[in-house]
Design a binder for this molecule. Sequence first.
Ligand code: SAH
Length: 347
Amino acid sequence: MINKKKDIRALTKAQLQDFFVANGDKSFRGSQVYEWLWNKGAHSFEAMTNISKATREMLDENFVINHIRVDRMQRSSDGTIKNAVKLHDQLTVESVLIPTATRTTACVSSQVGCSLDCQFCATARLKRMRNLNPDEIYDQVVAIDNESRLYFDRPLSNIVFMGMGEPLMNYKNVMKAVEKITSPEGLGMSPKRITISTSGVPKIIKKLADDETKIKLAVSLHAATDEVRTKIMPFNETFPLKDLRESLEYWYSKTKSRITYEYIVWKDINDTRKDAEALVRFCNYVPCKVNLIEYNPIDDGNFQQASAKATDMYQQILERNGITVTVRRSRGKDIDAACGQLANKSA
Ligand code: SAH
């Protein structure tokens, strides 16, 4: 039987209020139910004790409340936590909590699987099954916020959309989740503490700039020539660097917010001086900083981390050209929670 009931958490507050008015009730009733759903985290209509029985039954006939369930939680020796999250249709995504001395960062997924084809990423091997709904993204954040309070005695401080999926290919739902995360009725977090990471979808980067959200942008660059980038990220053929550059210039002109480039240096792929110089040229287009990230092997051995010498060379060339560069160590590797390792192995 096809379940025709709608997911009530897909409705905005205004839509919920309209629903009640259309059914001969007060708009205020919509606000009450909304509060139950989002502030009190109700998992059933029955739990909504200040709503009449008849109304609760009516809601039950029309809607379902879908919640994610943390199916399995793993803790790394470095404190990183990975959640395997079961969705209402039994699909699974993963999210990660990364603690440091001063921050707790949630790394959340935006899609089940991914439609992009980055050759070095474990998630790319999973077919994109579907986009996550706003509430499924929001719930991941809430679950991590709870874990942060429980295990580290502090609320979540930052969010990065660096889990499974390409957030800009699920733009509408990601932005609805961000709205919820930042609204006082949700978690009330500052948008400045949220980073969207993208492989680079130029049209949507421009849209994000137009939407004036104040969130931060990171781009997984990994190569600054089309020749190399298309080899390792084949969709670069469709979205070449010249289009990416143009969209980033637009982003900066609108937001004045510095971009972070994520970059891995691989042996025999992008470890020459010429590659590093191409990166410097790309960095000169728009104010930015570079995170040189450690490669997390994904089993098949086609990609290998470049030598320390090559990474040092990159660092020196960037710094000599006045570009801020950070060398990032991986976290949570022992539980496959590090960048590019999310592939539902724990499910
Ligand atoms: N699709 C978005 C969000 C995923 S973020 C994006 O590409 O930005 C995941 C980050 O991990 C990206 O910077 C990605 O390039 C990086 N990554 C992917 N595979 C990796 C691996 N095996 N080792 C280290 N980083 C990896």
